[in-house]
Design a protein around this ligand. Structure first.
Ligand code: GTR
Length: 327
């Protein structure tokens, strides 16, 4: 069993020496458990890489946040102590502000619009934007739509969430979105949320159906209100330290395998969304649609001005909007 200190030590030592990693698999982190579609997506990529390199390259996945929270493992990845990492875009928001764009509230009109944007030029711009920050963006995976859930009552209008303590990911954008609704944002790692809900440290959080189910938050917070305020995707990144030590041929194989794993992941994702939804509803969760979604989107509009500040971001927003009609 490898622990984080060991990983840092071996990874950093090998990075400095520029050798020593050729004979071990690339290590990959994921906050989700082994049967979650993101982990399965990386597994599909790993199988393709192993096959296409004749076993020269292999990937070992540490699921279930074994190596730490997304923020911590991202640091390790940038530093070169961890090779691959599947994270949400949120912890990247403070690293590369291009990643803020797909995380903006009510940007995408549908799942198809989100997929078309990430498969197209805007997605490529965002993946490429990570290189100067020590990361190579390989592909995006689906994360569906995030909605609010809480321990108290259904949320139908913004007044219903006012004053609640809502867990958010470590991203100023998410803090801003929750503040805009008049609630109190509490940044917290995913692994602490269940206990936070049970102990009343927080009243609620926001996530997609599969995470709400898989992390068992639905057992503690029984009201799921379908705001669908964010459709930010997941992303698979490789440490640039590791990438630079791959041959050109292996770089191309990793890149293509990551791309080829996206449709595999999406199929698993769609099935998991349906399954998770069914499972939590059967357990007695009360889910509600929102009558007037504009009441939420209008309040959150201010965060757009605060967080879309560069020309590159503005162009991304425009390009994504232009793809909206097509999808
Ligand atoms: C999930 C996502 C994770 C993490 C988590 C969270 O939907 O897959 O990567 O971002 O949300 O809320 O921390």
């Amino acid at each position: 069993m490898i622990n984080r200190r060991h990983l840092i030590a071996t990874g950093a030592a090998a990075a400095v020496a520029g050798c020593g990693q050729a004979d071990r698999p690339l290590y990959s982190a994921d906050a989700h458990v082994a049967d979650y579609p993101t982990v399965q997506g990386v597994e599909a990529m790993a199988r393709m890489v192993e096959e296409r390199t004749g076993g020269r390259q292999r990937v070992k996945i540490f699921a279930g946040a074994q190596l730490g929270s997304e923020r911590d493992t991202l640091e390790l990845t940038v530093f070169g102590a961890l090779d691959l990492n599947r994270v949400n875009l949120a912890p990247l928001n403070s690293i590369a502000n291009e990643t803020i764009v797909p995380s903006l509230p009510f940007l995408f009109s549908s799942i198809d619009h989100m997929r078309a944007s990430l498969d197209g030029a805007p997605g490529q711009t965002i993946l490429d934007a990570l290189r100067p920050h020590g990361l190579v963006g390989l592909c995006f995976y689906d994360s569906g739509a995030r909605s609010f859930y809480n321990t108290r009552h259904p949320i139908n209008e913004p007044d219903d969430i006012r004053g609640m303590k809502i867990r958010v990911q470590n991203s100023d954008l998410y803090v801003g979105m929750v503040e805009a609704l008049g609630a109190n944002p509490t940044p917290m790692a995913l692994g602490e949320v269940y206990q936070g809900l049970v102990q009343g440290v927080i009243d609620g959080a926001e996530n997609n159906w599969p995470s709400y189910e898989s992390a068992r938050h639905f057992e503690a917070a029984q009201y799921y209100s379908l705001t669908r305020h964010v459709m930010a995707p997941e992303i698979l990144v490789m440490s640039k330290h590791r990438w630079d030590r791959l041959s050109g041929e292996d770089q191309a194989i990793f890149q293509q395998a990551a791309r080829d794993s996206v449709p595999v992941m999406r199929e698993l994702w769609d099935a998991r969304v349906a399954d998770s939804r069914e499972r939590v509803l059967a357990s007695g969760v009360e889910a509600n649609e929102i009558g007037d979604i504009a009441a939420f989107s209008n309040l959150m509009e201010g965060v757009w001005d605060r967080f879309v500040v560069t020309d590159v971001q503005r162009r991304l927003v425009e390009d994504i909007r232009n793809l909206g009609g097509a999808a």
